[in-house]
Ligand binder design. Sequence first.
Ligand SMILES: Cc1ncc(COP(=O)(O)O)c(C=O)c1O
Length: 397
Amino acid sequence: MTSALENPALLSLAAGFTDNGSLPAEEVRHGVANLTAQGADPEALQYGLNQGRLELRRMLGARLAAQEQGLDAETLSAQMLVTNGSQQALYLAIQVLCNPGDIVLVDRPSYFVFLEMLNGLGVRPVSLPTASDGALDLVALRPWLRRLRGSPDAARVKALYFVSYFSNPSGRSMSESEKIALGDSLRSEGWHLPVLEDAAYRELYYQAPWPARSVLALDAWDQFPRFYLSTLTKSFATGLKVGFGVCTDAGWRDRMLHVKGHHDFGTSNFAQAVVEHALRDGSFVRQLTRVRALYLKKMRALHETLLNEGLASLGWRWRAPSGGLYLWLEAPGGLDTGMDSAFCRACVEGGVLFVPGDLCFGDDAPRNFLRLSFGVLRVDDLREAGRRFVAVARRFR
Ligand SMILES: Cc1ncc(COP(=O)(O)O)c(C=O)c1O
């Protein structure tokens, strides 16, 4: 990957970054000028609270409560911790819940950096039963949970994790009924597990928010310790690395805050203040409106290039997502698109890079999926990358 990236002619559909040209430089400049204006209190340049800025938590709590019926903004902000991106929230959660040898149940496919983190901590991901499109197999789920309950692994299962809105890597969102059925099945099979709902891309819908409520608001999840996490990186500025999580369980939350204290005793107070300023003066929402339209345009550029170049007629399958940064492609059966495959090497030689899908499965990874990201490249480059990709796929038909 590294040597491939050193080739400047290579077009990367691999990195899950956002678009440099769309970053909110003006909004941040304005925020920084106000925060450091002559005579203004420079408190943002001082250490802040381990849990995160009070006003930022209030605004994020209010924003979330406005998205979901039945949530109380004040409770959300009290239960919230602001983190160094949601990546840190994920790490804190697993660090305090799991020991080496433990198991975390995961969606399938799942966020591969999270899976890598589990491996790094000696924790084993085990996939929930799912259909090939990533939807939970609700018929198989209960008997599967029952069998797991009776197996020697049962005592090692410490948490459940899933990405529920415009997922990385699949672009798929969970329906509310699917989320309710998952909670009901766990409860009826006697699993009282801490649950991590990763909503990193929730705000990055193109035209309409995904209508499902989160585990924070659904009755089916009431009895579970819940950690809902999201981020302002993808929706505002990745470089500021401000994310957050809302944890309903006081003991779990306190232990995470304790460990966060060891990490950094608080996410950069200045970065938080910049985001807080953008939320307050409306530039956060204006930026979101801009990037939603931009990512729709970019998604269409890549999706339509793949279609027009004839990829579907070569037996490849994918869906145009309604939010997020990714296309998730299924290659025709038998074609290996995995990490060290001839197809992968041919794409690098052909000047285009992707994320092999086998990285995105907790276990039993099929080798005919891959992820294309349209976050970074400009529209013209996306079209060219799509053409290069289909040219390689044609050689491997
Ligand atoms: C599903 C998912 N969760 C969490 C993260 C972490 O992002 P950040 O630390 O920028 O909030 C990412 C980043 O790509 C992601 O794709």
